[in-house]
Design a protein around this ligand. Structure first.
Ligand code: ANZ
Length: 952
């Protein structure tokens, strides 16, 4: 025996036998040793011992042989193309298009959060197939994006290599979970055959004036010499290196989503989406009705100059209270306003403001800053000369970039006026007198006061805010001082990134004139050139400018020399329309064939994370509406129903508090104590007491229970691969569905998955029989061909009704509870007829497809059950056949009897007379009357005069 010593450290979680092993002698190096770390303690054991221990452990863990079943059925589905949705289908059948938000294939691989949504959609897809629908259930990759490019900058590995590697890993992981995707339709946004059509859509937008170029402020990092995405800027500095970032105007491509603002808003009403998502979209679009008002600028003698400042206000009714104007630091008229004495101050202030994000600038609690411009304007209503200030709480990008400030009735203006000692004129009298005494701005409604001026001809005193608003707008329109205006928070979409790893924008600029010329459609796809150096150019020019021979080209029709656009599209582009491509993924002539689109549109159910509530869903809706307008799609909206799955938090951590002496203290008394520490304690030492968790051996000590988001730094990330290895894919699927309501956030719990795994094991043994002494199972099943009993039929059909209802209502967890109840009931039966077990296996199939296929096969079927009819509940078996009927004697309830539903009055009375307790009241009595409400009550009125028993 060749004995060797090696260092091993048992790291994989599944090898929990590590605790028991103290000495190993390695006889032969098993294959799995290669993956073990070579650091750690010197240990000795024989391989046989290890294998034995390992097997023993596996037998305990594995409640049934999922490790054989799952790969077998995955290959079967793949080889038989079970889930392929053919190109040519019978379109007289109903369709069901169920879609997952396709993932960004990150280097970290699949997270347990991914299978949550994917299992839910898979259950729906499998159910609908079995219900006779043509089902479209595809998967693909949102594969352009920053991380691959950053990795390329750091390591020189081409983003395509990293991305394809990640895609392969994701695909393998998804396949190991048994999802019924039609892999034949797999698409990836980085493939030229796909992004040809993303570019084609861009050309259509350009043709319709919906894509244009503008100077827009971007995050410019001088030290890195590059433009950064918002997510790369943290607290005003670059995420990489911590260098200052400023806002700098640059020429960018913009998409005119604002032109669709009203439609995007109005069409939300009819969508079956979470109300919260619709509300977020409404707020994002932010429709606001108000007015634009003109304020004439005055010269140093108080004379009106030829410049006016137009403000946007939603409160024209407060115009008499406007005691100053504010223009944003980036306001285009600023330079022509500023007095020479103030120009230096203003320049410095503009510089400061360029370092802040819009969010920082508009935060309510931030202290207001500003500089006086040295200039005044006339309030057109009151006729007063009011100062013009420059302040960054007004944004250049909203409204007109200027406001009339009404410090008496606007919180930010109030704060600003107090700080800079500007007068405050109250013009709205609150209904409640006490609020007028307040030190704060009164922002509510009331009656207008102090608001009339003979010269301007405006008098709104005594009017309500609403009436005053209409009157001021009417006056402004008549006198040329302003007009009604609707504004949106929604901005046009900045559609260019100074990045390499994105879709090239299909336009060229003619040398000399710089004229923009779109590529001809026949020139698409414009492929991304190979590049070895992804580092920033230092000038703000995108990395693509380094591909000199690609950039220098000629314009197609004129043959004139031209330069290609070197910015690329943002990551959102590819995900805006991918759901259409899945309908017809290989079409090289059209984005999607019209007939196919008409059949499959819209997506029936779209499942994904709530983080996409606004941008992705809004951008996709915008493109869809444009495609609708140009006749490419037939529906106004792309996604009929959207569902957000809840997030999965890491395992709950229990913490006990300890005082300075090290003794435990209850968490509810820590407030009154001085210093204390927290110590994590294991779940087995914890029990629940009412709404709290306490220590098992001292229930007076209340604990702190917390669940955190899974993150690498906390070390609480659960890897789905480990779970699949240890418990199998069906257990993971079932557990993720059983954790709680699908839309709620929930915490991971390892004992929970063990519970679900044991349930599958119980089910397996019920149908296949107990294991043999060596832990294996015989072939076939213990199911027989006898006729089922009424009770068995009722149990089955109640389970069918419940599971169907719960899946259709996306309450997947309660569907599992129904199946658990069925198994509990079935364990009490001596015999398990095929007519009961077969339908049950079909019910289980959407949730645990591998085990169901295996059981189906063991029952003698030779085809997959994927297209078997899903069982239908028979209403006859759904009734509760016996009911408890209360019996009253002379109006007093004296007892109850069990009767069959639908039992007649005669039968009920007979049963009551035979009942031991009731017969005492009835024997020998003459009966005057019986009142019978079927299923509810039988009241027997005795004849007090006559004691002779008589039955009418
Ligand atoms: C006078 C006034 C009086 C205002 C009052 C409010 C209350 P929404 O609803 O968000 O559209 N505003 C206008 N443009 C702005 C900009 N570029 N940056 C910052 N604030 C701006 O709000 C519109 C209100 O926000 C406008 O109405 C204006 O202040 C301010 F008692 O005008 B208001």
């Amino acid at each position: 025996m060749n004995t060797q010593h090696i260092h091993i450290q048992f790291l994989p979680q599944s090898f929990s036998f590590q605790k028991q092993c103290t000495s190993f002698t390695v006889v032969k190096r098993p294959s799995w040793f290669n993956s073990c770390s070579t650091s750690g303690a010197i240990v000795r054991c024989s391989v046989n011992e290890i294998e034995e221990q390992k097997q023993k452990q596996q037998v305990v863990k594995r409640a049934y042989p999922f490790h054989e079943i799952e790969p077998k059925w995955q290959s079967y589905w793949e080889n038989n193309r079970t889930f392929r949705t053919p190109d040519e289908i019978d379109t007289s059948k109903p369709k069901f298009y169920v879609l997952d938000m396709f993932p960004y294939p990150s280097g970290a691989g699949l997270h347990v959060g991914h299978p949550l949504g994917y299992t839910a959609t898979d259950i729906l897809a499998r159910l609908k197939r079995m219900q006779g629908y043509n089902v479209l259930h595809p998967m693909g990759w949102d594969a352009f994006g920053l991380p691959a490019e950053q990795y390329a900058i750091e390591t020189g590995t081409h983003p395509k290599i990293t991305t394809l590697r990640n895609i392969n890993r994701f695909r393998t992981q998804l396949k190991s979970l048994g999802f019924s995707y039609d892999w034949n339709r797999e698409i990836s946004t980085i493939e030229p055959a796909y992004y040809k059509w993303t570019q084609w859509i861009f050309l259509q937008l350009l043709k319709r004036g919906l894509a244009y170029q503008a100077e827009v402020p971007v995050n410019w990092c001088p030290a890195l010499g590059t433009v950064l995405a918002n997510e790369e800027v943290v607290d005003g500095v670059s995420e990489r290196g911590g260098h200052p970032v400023i806002r700098k105007p640059m020429r960018q491509w913009m998409l005119k989503i604002t032109e669709y603002a009203d439609r995007l808003l109005d069409d939300l009403d009819d969508l079956d989406w979470p109300e919260s998502v619709k509300e977020m979209q409404r707020n994002w679009i932010g429709r606001s009705e108000g007015a634009e008002m003109d304020f004439r600028v005055l010269d140093s003698d108080g004379q009106e100059r030829d410049i006016k400042i137009t403000v946007y206000t939603t409160r024209p009714d407060t115009i008499f209270g406007a005691t100053y104007l504010v223009v944003a630091p980036e306001h285009p008229l600023l330079s022509s306003l500023v007095s020479t004495t103030q120009s230096q101050n203003i320049e410095e202030y503009k510089n400061l403001a360029s370092r802040k994000s819009d969010l920082e600038r508009t935060e309510l609690q931030k202290e207001k800053t500003g500089v006086f411009s040295g200039c005044y304007a006339r309030n057109p209503a009151s006729g007063e000369a009011i100062p013009i200030w420059v302040a960054d709480y007004v944004l250049g990008s909203y409204g007109t970039g200027a406001i009339m400030a009404v410090p008496a009735h606007d919180t930010r203006d109030h704060e600003f006026a107090l700080k800079f000692d500007i007068s405050i004129h109250s013009v709205v009298m609150p209904d409640d007198e006490s609020s007028s005494q307040s030190e704060k701005a009164y922002t509510g409604e009331g009656l207008i006061v102090n608001s009339s001026n003979l010269i301007s001809g405006l008098d709104i005193n005594g009017l309500s805010c609403q009436e005053a608003t209409s009157k001021v707008i009417e006056w402004a329109e008549k006198t040329g001082n302003g007009k009604k205006k609707v504004n949106y928070k929604l901005r046009d979409w900045l559609f260019a990134r100074q990045r390499y790893w994105g879709e090239p924008i299909p336009v060229v600029f003619l040398d000399g004139t710089g004229e923009t010329v779109p590529l001809h459609e026949a020139e698409l796809p414009l492929t991304l050139p190979e590049l070895d150096d992804f580092t920033p150019t230092g000038t703000g020019e995108p990395p693509l400018s380094k591909a000199v021979s690609w950039v220098q080209t000629t314009e197609h029709s004129s043959g004139k020399p031209a330069r290609r656009e070197t910015s690329t599209m943002p990551q959102w582009a590819g995900s805006c329309w991918y759901y259409l491509r899945f309908m017809d993924p290989k079409n090289s002539k059209e984005l999607v064939d019209k007939t196919k689109e008409r059949y499959w549109s819209p997506v029936d159910v779209y499942v994904g994370g709530a983080e996409h509530a606004v941008l992705h869903l809004l951008y996709a809706r915008f493109w869809h509406k444009v495609l609708y307008d140009i006749g490419v799609v037939s529906t106004k909206e792309p996604f009929k129903c959207v569902i957000n799955q809840g997030i999965i938090l890491g395992e709950v951590q229990y913490m006990v508090c300890k005082d300075v002496d090290g003794s435990y203290i209850s968490a509810d008394s820590t407030d009154t104590l001085g210093e204390y520490e927290q110590e994590s304690i294991p779940e087995e030492k914890v029990m629940k007491s009412g709404d709290f968790f306490v220590m098992k051996d001292n229930p007076n000590i209340r604990l702190i229970a917390r669940a955190h988001k899974m993150s690498k730094s906390r070390g609480n990330v659960v890897n789905p691969d480990d779970v699949v290895t240890e418990y199998g894919a069906d257990s993971l699927r079932l557990y993720e569905m059983f954790m709680g309501p699908f839309r709620d956030s929930k915490t991971w719990n390892t004992s929970g998955i063990e519970g679900v795994h044991r349930f599958l094991g119980r089910m397996w043994r019920l149908i296949v029989g107990s294991s043999l002494p060596d832990g294996t199972f015989k072939g076939g099943t213990v199911v027989n061909d006898e006729e089922p009993t009424l009770e068995q039929l009722c149990t089955l059909h109640k389970c069918i009704a419940k599971v169907t209802e719960e899946i259709e209502g996306t309450r997947f967890n309660t569907g599992i509870s129904a199946m658990m109840e069925f198994i509990n009931a079935a364990y009490k039966w001596e015999k398990h007829p095929r007519k009961i077990i077969e339908p049950f296996i079909l019910l289980l199939a959407p949730y645990a497809p591998h085990m169901s296929e295996e059981l189906w096969f063991r029952l003698g079927h030779s085809n997959s059950l994927a297209y078997e009819s899903f069982p239908k509940a028979n209403p006859d078996y759904l009734k509760d056949s016996t009911i408890v009927l209360p019996i009253q004697i002379n109006g007093k309830t004296r007892g109850t009897i069990q009767v069959e539903e639908g039992c007649s009055e005669e039968e009920a009375f007979k049963l009551a007379s035979l009942d031991e307790k009731l017969s005492k009241f009835l024997d020998g009595k003459s009966i005057k009357k019986r009142i019978y409400v079927p299923g509810r009550i039988l009241n027997v009125i005795l004849d007090r005069q006559n004691t002779k028993a008589s039955v009418r």
